[in-house]
Design a protein around this ligand. Structure first.
Ligand SMILES: [Zn+2]
Length: 403
């Protein structure tokens, strides 16, 4: 083992990884876990017992007999405990309950008005999530689209925690929102303290790009240690996975590429007060503004995407410019960080002209060594990717709290 391998090796066979192997079906017994981790059977047994005592693993019947004593099968409990999740967007929130393996039990999309302020919006969403977790169904009748996976609907079980994603910068250590654009009345709001007064389980808060990164990494690229995920929707941001872990940096702002400067002529003004920021050139909100300035009547991002689909030349040219801008910033990130995969999600990820110019710029501006084996792809489009990431935040917290 070289020194470079040390951080990853230290994680090998940790409780979280054991849990993940069982959750994904890679392991069904202590012997499987021992083989995968390289740990001794007694160490594995010790860790498995601890996870069972915490209610994070359970023994499920008997494994296949090989003539001798039947090995006990391990499973992640599906009915006994649940995690609540909220993925807040500019106009909608996806909320849900998930089991301890990160599988969605129930999911619902609710309309929100960010301008109603944090107390109203978060208060209502928290009430919906706790109602779902207690098996009581939704508080409101509107916007429900039924359970995602569960056959019976109700997700009654002990709520272990709630993960919340915010579409703006969050100081992860304190759970406080810091200078968000397009969220009037939310600056400085202490999400963690507000929630602690309303639910008596841990509440973990992060930004929406980190949630998407964690959700996509755990479901699609768990074997890749270094990954960058771009969330391009109304706003634009990214989440970074380094050595298999979400990398937040000193204050939690790692990956926030929204105010990196790109060259654009004329450089449009940004909400931060500077000109020519990535967000002011390449976000969904920027595309809406730019089209309106060209005299094209368009209501929102949905309208922009429709115009691009219809081959509108103004909208398509702007999408290409946005793709180049994202590619330029990403090229710096890729040269500096050397990830194995770069994946783009959010509503702009379905925009072909944007994706094509992003990819071309990335190859043009990166060192061949950095792009030789680099995967550039879309985040598998799922409305549940954010709540999946939110649930994993909570699961990681629960596991870490019981070493
Ligand atoms: Zn800016």
């Amino acid at each position: 083992m070289t020194i470079d391998d040390a951080p990853r090796e230290a994680l090998r066979g940790g409780p979280r990884e054991l849990l993940r192997w069982v959750a994904t079906g890679a392991a069904v017994s202590r012997a499987d876990l021992s083989r995968l981790s390289g740990l001794s059977p007694s160490t594995v047994s010790q860790r498995v017992e601890a996870l069972i005592n915490q209610g994070l693993l359970e023994e499920a019947g008997a494994g296949q007999s090989r003539g001798g004593r039947r090995p006990r099968q391990l499973a992640v409990p599906t009915g006994g405990a649940v995690v609540g999740a909220i993925d807040l967007g500019a106009h909608h929130a996806r909320i849900g309950t998930l089991d301890l393996s990160g599988r969605v039990v129930q999911g619902r999309t609710l309309p929100v008005r960010i301008e109603d302020g944090p107390e109203t919006v978060l208060g209502a969403l928290l009430a919906e999530v706790t109602a779902l977790a207690s098996g009581g169904g939704a508080v409101s009748s509107g916007g429900a689209d039924g359970p995602s996976l569960a056959s019976g609907g109700g997700a009654a079980g002990a709520l272990r925690g709630v993960g919340i994603g915010i579409p703006g910068p969050v100081q992860h250590s304190t759970g406080r929102i810091v200078s968000p654009s397009r969220m009037p009345g939310w600056n400085g709001f202490d999400v963690a303290a507000f929630c602690a007064d309303r639910v008596d389980v841990p509440v973990i808060v992060d930004n929406d790009a980190n949630l998407m990164a964690l959700g996509a990494h755990r479901t699609a690229h768990a074997e890749m240690d270094h990954a960058v995920y771009i969330k391009a929707g109304t706003g634009i941001g990214s989440g970074v996975i380094s050595s298999g872990q979400l990398h937040r940096g000193a204050q939690g702002s790692a990956g926030d590429i929204s105010h990196c400067r790109v060259v654009a002529d004329p450089a449009p003004l940004c909400s931060c007060g500077n000109a020519g920021c990535l967000e002011a050139v390449a976000s969904g909100a920027a595309l809406v503004t730019a089209l309106r300035e060209q005299g094209v009547p368009v209501d929102d991002l949905t309208g922009v995407l429709r115009l691009i689909d219809d081959g509108d030349r103004h909208a398509t040219a702007l999408a290409r410019q946005a793709g180049r801008a994202i590619g330029e910033i990403l090229a710096v990130v890729v040269n500096f960080f050397n990830p194995q995969v770069v994946a783009i999600g959010g509503r702009l990820a379905d925009c072909e002209p944007l994706l094509a110019s992003m990819r071309a710029t990335l190859y043009e501006r990166c060192l061949p060594l950095a792009t030789q084996t680099l995967l550039i792809e879309r985040v598998a489009t799922s409305q549940d990717i954010g709540i999946t990431g939110a649930a994993h935040l909570v699961i990681d917290h629960v596991v870490a709290a019981h070493p």
